[in-house]
Design a binder for this molecule. Structure first.
Ligand SMILES: CC(=O)N[C@H]1[C@@H](OP(=O)(O)OP(=O)(O)OC[C@H]2O[C@@H](n3ccc(=O)[nH]c3=O)[C@H](O)[C@@H]2O)O[C@H](CO)[C@@H](O)[C@@H]1O
Ligand SMILES: C=C(OP(=O)(O)O)C(=O)O
Length: 416
């Protein structure tokens, strides 16, 4: 199993390009299931999760053509609306095929994703919403079985703000009979990107980016071309790595307006952050100030950046209080950061981080995607060598991690 070996202590400097967003690409690729015409996507990141989704779509009968960052999907031959456990278990976002399959085929058999390191992550809201639209859904032997002749527009209200839940229901509603209103909708930029793609395919969607989304169903969608938005979490991760290392970087192909809450905290920590039309520059002070934060749905501070900020607080001046309100088990990185010498106390959903003068390299284990990213940030500032095990988590979400870090001067290499 691959590991990442980091020699800490380099101030990151230079320029790298940010990739397309994993969390936008995954739902948007699933949207191709909604039409019998080919859809072309550009700026698709080369990630393990994208490969898994493309395999899943291919076994459903979708023709997949991929060249560099361009993917064309042709779902005219869609004949097997099934997502088997073996594929779904490696990637929770596979549940995003459910809405499109029910809408287009009138049937689907999709494995329940099951729990994962960061929390239970049930999909009851996806199921409840599709039932409200007239689908028959039952869960048997770990699979959601869904049937309907044609979905009907409905007024939907989710118990909590759910990103993939909103995406699944929005996609399903595009082919429903009549109008669907999703209240308490997630407002993440990835929802807006998906809505833009659906509109390009002929869907009638309005309100994406607000908490009420209206979708007027149409008889069919058509082919389109769509460019995937930049990855705001990859962007934020490199900003954190540069900030912690006392460096100065420019990230291109990305946008700061998706990252207001993150940039606000980096500024509070003492960094100078400059936004350009398609790039972000960051210059870090010699030592950061500790910054407290609380995760919440967009536009508040993203849970997917919580671990990276815990890492920077480990070496900052002062004490930070970090409150995680989205996932019930998203502090797995704290124990590993402690192995590097961090001073962290956990009480329920709150972590108290007392900055220390230095971290020391050690062997640590990656437990989930962003936990792994936090260990990379910490390893870059730790004295000596840090060996991160189980980096397959990083391959799910960071395209070309070692080469991008190396381009910024970091001493990192993948070892067997
Ligand atoms: C592929 C993708 O886009 N993943 C992102 C998405 O995950 P994902 O869409 O899975 O996360 P949700 O927004 O659905 O989860 C929010 C909370 O709602 C709960 N919940 C959700 C649905 C449901 O039916 N029942 C239920 O109880 C979850 O357990 C969690 O506590 O949003 C998360 C929150 O920003 C991010 O961390 C993930 O990176
Ligand atoms: C939790 C994440 O992803 P997923 O929902 O795909 O597990 C993430 O991107 O941090």
């Amino acid at each position: 199993m691959d590991k990442l070996l980091i020699q800490g202590g380099t101030h990151l400097s230079g320029e790298i390009a940010i990739s397309g967003a994993k969390n936008a690409a995954l739902p948007i690729l699933c949207a191709a299931l909604l039409t019998a015409e080919p859809v072309t996507f550009t700026n698709v990141p080369q990630l393990k999760d994208i490969g898994t989704l493309l395999e899943l779509l291919a076994q459903m009968g979708v023709k997949v053509a991929r060249e560099a960052d361009t993917v064309t999907l042709d779902a005219s031959g869609l004949n097997n609306p099934v997502a088997p456990y073996e594929m779904v278990k490696t990637m929770r976002a596979s549940i995003l095929v459910l809405g499109p399959l029910v809408a287009r085929c009138g049937e689907a058999r999709v494995s329940l994703p099951g729990g994962c390191a960061i929390g239970a992550r049930p999909v009851d809201q996806h199921i409840k919403g599709l039932q409200a639209m007239g689908a028959e859904l039952r869960v048997e032997h770990g699979y959601v079985h869904a049937t309907v002749s044609r979905l009907k527009g409905a007024r939907l209200f989710t118990d909590m703000v759910t990103v993939t839940g909103t995406e699944n229901l929005m996609m399903a509603a595009t082919l429903a009979d009549g109008e669907t209103i999703i209240e308490n909708a997630a407002r993440e930029p990835e929802i807006v990107d998906l809505a833009n793609c659906l509109v390009a395919m002929g869907a009638q969607v309005s309100g994406a980016g607000s908490d009420v989304i209206r979708i007027r169903g149409v008889a069919r969608l058509h082919g389109a071309t769509h460019r995937i938005m930049p990855d705001r979490i990859e962007t934020g991760t490199y900003l954190c790595a540069a900030a912690a290392s006392g460096g100065s970087v420019r990230l291109t192909g990305t946008r700061s307006d998706y990252l207001d809450a993150v940039i606000d905290k980096l500024t509070e920590a003492g960094c100078e952050v400059v936004s350009e039309p398609d790039a972000i520059r960051l210059r870090a002070p010699a030592r950061l100030n500790a910054v407290s934060l609380r995760t919440a749905p967009y536009p508040a501070f993203p849970t997917d950046m919580q671990a990276q900020f815990m890492a920077i607080n480990c070496v900052a001046k002062g004490v930070a209080m970090i409150r995680e309100t989205i996932f019930e088990n998203r502090f797995m990185h704290a124990v590993e950061l402690q192995r590097l010498g961090a001073d962290i106390r956990i009480d329920g959903n709150t972590a108290l981080v007392q900055g220390v003068d230095r971290l020391q390299g050690a062997t640590v284990m990656a437990t989930d995607l962003r936990a792994s990213a936090s260990l990379v940030v910490a390893g870059l500032v730790a004295e000596g060598e840090t060996l991160i095990e189980r980096i397959y988590h990083l391959d799910r979400g960071y395209e070309g991690l070692e080469s991008k870090l190396a381009a910024l001067g970091a001493r990192v290499r993948r070892v067997k």
